[in-house]
Write a protein that binds this ligand. Structure first.
Ligand code: NAD
Length: 320
């Protein structure tokens, strides 16, 4: 029986699909330093990870029976992909399965920021029954999203899902992506049908100077300069709202905090951090920042799609 180790978990739908095809799926978490021994003694052929387990050269070199490495999700920064492929190991991810979930988290942050929910949720438990009127006044200057301009930086799968949601909310969408001139965006209106429109990309400067809300959906670029730093923030509209659910570091955290302090940036929603899993405290404690611990893909629906896509890929590989 072919053994699959899902070291960071797998949705039951994916597990069952594999078991129905005769695979054995192990889901007990193995510590990083015991992985090589576990893979070799149990003769595991497929190693599945999310973002927690690292699959580096040591594992690839020491586990000759390993045939596939699967990443449930998008970013493959925890896997030495090219090295594994050179050694004949099939490496795959599930890029499309979580786009809608990430897009919805982006709007959870935008709505939070637009009405100061991040701070209201912190203040109400302590002061809600003593300073109700003061708090009410503090959060009196909320804004609506409708008719505002959203700037989407990186117009791939998630960027386009964000655009579709924004169109549904009645927002004007601007997009910047140096590798794309335009994209057709579909919007499913339940009970009505699908509406389609083409959005042409623009320059980064045009987007920065004209957007009320800005969200990033570019690949991570560890070790390189941040795409959004002090200079880019200076070009933005006063009171802009920014969300980063891409990768820590695509916005420079120092510049972000400086922008929040000066009021240039009114509020920010952050799902990903430069120093995960130990983000800096001044960012975590900032009253103008809405925070989530890298949960863009963490919905039942996304995890189910990821599990089923993983199962499909493994079954397809062994049927070849
Ligand atoms: P994608 O590859 O479909 O799209 C990325 C887009 O960015 C591409 O169209 C590319 O042309 C564009 N791009 C590349 N460099 C750029 C640059 N310098 N400026 C502007 N655009 C640039 O990827 P995706 O599936 O949309 O994912 C986007 C990001 O979201 C990735 O960083 C991914 O790791 C992250 N992500 C986060 C979560 C989460 O839990 N928060 C979940 C899934 C994905």
């Amino acid at each position: 029986m072919i053994k699959v180790l899902a070291n960071d978990g797998i949705h039951n739908a994916g597990k069952s699909a594999l078991e129905n095809e005769g695979f054995e799926v192990l889901t007990d978490k193995v510590a990083q330093d015991q992985l090589i021994e576990e893979i070799n003694t149990k003769e595991i052929e497929v190693l599945l990870v999310r973002s927690a387990t690292q699959v580096r050269k040591d594992i690839i070199d020491s586990c000759p029976k390993l045939k596939m490495i699967g990443r449930g999700g998008v970013g493959m920064d925890n896997i030495d992909v090219a090295y594994a492929q050179e050694r004949g190991i099939d490496v795959f991810n599930t890029p499309a399965a979580s786009s809608q979930s990430v897009a919805e988290l982006v709007f959870a942050h935008f709505f939070t920021c637009a009405r100061f929910l991040q701070d209201a949720n912190r203040q109400m438990p302590g002061k809600g029954n003593t300073d109700f009127k003061v708090l009410k006044k503090n959060y009196a200057k909320g804004i609506e999203l409708r008719k505002k301009t959203i700037g989407v930086i990186g117009f791939g799968r998630i960027g386009q899902a964000v655009a579709s949601t924004a169109l549904g909310l009645g927002m004007k969408v601007m997009a910047y992506d140096p590798f794309l001139e335009e994209a057709e965006i579909g919007l499913e209106v339940m009970g009505v049908g699908k509406i389609k429109t083409v959005i042409k990309t623009t320059t980064l400067d045009d987007l920065l100077t004209n957007s009320d809300f800005i969200t990033l959906h570019v690949p991570g670029s560890k070790g390189t300069a941040s795409l959004i730093d002090k200079n880019e923030i200076e070009k933005m509209k006063d009171g802009v709202v920014i969300v980063n659910a891409a990768r820590g570091g695509v916005i420079a955290e120092d510049a972000l905090l400086a922008g929040l302090e000066s009021g240039k940036i009114s509020t920010a929603g952050i799902d990903v951090f430069e120093n995960e899993p130990q983000p800096r405290e001044d960012l975590l404690k900032h009253p103008k920042v809405s925070l989530t611990p890298h949960i863009g893909a963490a919905t039942n629906e996304a995890q189910e799609r990821i599990g089923l896509e993983i199962a499909d890929k493994i079954i397809g590989f062994y049927k070849k």
